[in-house]
Design a binder for this molecule. Sequence first.
Ligand SMILES: [Zn+2]
Length: 552
Amino acid sequence: MASFALLCFLLWAAACQPSLSPVGGVSPPPTVLTPAAPIASPLPETWLDVLAPEGWAPFERAMILEAREDVAWAVETLRPTRYVIDARFDPVARRVTGREMVRYVNNESVPLDAVYFRLFPNLPGFGHAEISSLTVDGVLMSPEVELGGSALRVPMMPPLVPGQVVTFELSFTVDVPAEPGPNYAALSYIDDVLALAGFYPSIPVYDDEGWNVEAPPSYGDVVYADVSFYLVRFTLPAGWKIAASGSALAVEDNRDGTATWTLVTGPMRDFNLVASPLYEVSEARVGSTTVRSFYKPEDEAGGRRALDYAAWALRYFSETFGAYPFAELDVAATPTSAGGIEYPGLIVIADHLYGLRGGFFEWAVVHETAHQWWYGLVGSDQVDEPWLDEALAQYATLMYMEAKYGRIAAAAAREAAFERPYRQLIKEGRDQPVGQPVSAFSEADYGPIVYAKGPLFFHEMRRAMGDDAFRAFLRVYLSRYRYRIATPEGLLAVAQETCHCDLTPIYAKWILGATSADPDAIPPSLMDDLANMPSCLSETCSFSLDSPRLAQ
Ligand SMILES: [Zn+2]
C-alpha cells in the first residue's frame, strides 16, 4: 500500500482547492427567455411511445437482469419524473443545444402553485445556460427567473393537485467553459474532454421545506434530486466515446460526420455524460454489471488500475451492502479539480491521479464508487446534510481498505485520513458539529469536519454495535431507503433498531457536538486502537477478487 501520508495530503489538497475566478471574471447574466420564440417541432413520435405506460422495456435495459423489476416497482410506487432529452454538442462553439420533455407527477400531499427547474450552468462561474422556450402541457409559458438564472419558477395555474401529471417541454443551450472554474471543472470542455454535469434543466426535491432551491457554496455537491428515468439522445462528432449514467442502446453515424447515441437509465437521481475523441476503454464484468474505465492513451496503465479498483469496490460493496442494480458503471478520467466526483452510474476521477499506484488514486475511485450506494441508491440532501453521504462513503472506503489490505493497513489509513486531521482541528480550536449544511463550513473546514470527523462517527457506531450488527444496519439502511431519500434521523433509527441499543450519546457527540478541550472526544491513537481492534469483518477478511478481465 502506498504511503498514507501521501494519501492524506492529497485528500486535503483535493478537498481544499482554492476557488478560481469565474470564467471570464464575471457571473453569467440571468437566463434570457424569449416567449415569442417559435416552438421547436415535437420530439420524435417513437420517443413519445416510450412514455406510454407499457413502454418501459428500454429503461429495463439499464438494469441487471436480477433488478429489472425495480423499474416497474419504481414507476408504480414512486411515480418518478421522466426526462426525454435530445441534445447535441458542437465542439467548435463549445455549445450544447437541446430539447427536453419532462413528465412530472405531483407526488406531494399538497397542491403545488409552481414547479421549479434548476439550471446549474448558471451558478456563478459554472457556465451559461439559456432557455429559448418552455411549454406546460403544450402551452407556452414565461417562467420567473431566480437565483441569477440558476432556478426557474414555473407557475401552475391552477395549482397542480396531488397525483396530477404535467408535461414540460424546454429548449435550451449551454455554453461549456474551456477553463476550470469554481465547479471543479464538472461542466467543462478542456483538453478534448467534455464533462457535462448538470447540463439539462432538472426538477429539484420538494420536501417539508418546500422546493429545495438555493444557491449553494462554490464547494461541495449541488444536486439534490429524486430518482427519475432518463432517455437521452446525444449527438456529437463521430468517433468520440461517451461515458454516461445508464446504458447506451445504440450509436448511429449520421451523414454530417456526427454520431447519435441513445442512452437510457434505470431510476437515477441525475444524468451526466463525459466524452472525448481520445478515450480508450477497458472493461470488466462484476456479476451482471459491466464496469468500464475511460482514459487517454497516455494514462492506460492508470486507467486499468482505476478499473481494477472500481471492480473490486463494486463487488465488495454489493456483497456487503446489497446489490448494485445497474447494468453499467463507468469510470472516466477528466481534468476535474476535485479528486473525483460521483454521478449515478458514472464517476469521474482527476486525470492527474492516474500516475499513482494506490494511495489517493485508489481512495478516490473507491470513495466515488461507494457513492453509488450512499447518494445514488440512498439519496440525501447533499447541500444541507452533506455528511450523510460523504461520511458514509468515506467509512465505506475504509471498510474496503480493511477487506482488501487487512486490519493494520486499515488502521493506518484511519489514522492518516480521519483521526490525525481531526486531532489537528481540535488542537487548532476549529472543531464544530458535523451535522450542518455545506454553507455552515468554511471551505478549509468542510473537508476535515465532514470527511474526517464524520466517518469517525460510523467507526464509533461500529465499535458500539459490533461488526455483525453494523453490517446488518447498513443492509437495512440500504433496503429501507433504496431509491428514496434518507435523513439523519432515519439513519439513526435504523441503526438503533438493528442493534437494539441507544446510539444517541454517540450521535450527540460526533454529529451534533464539538469540543475544544475534552480529551475523551479525541479518537484513540493508532497504537491504542490496534490494541483494541475489534475482530475484522468476518466475512470479508478472506475476501479476494480475481483480476478483472481486461478488454478493449
Ligand atoms: Zn464524496
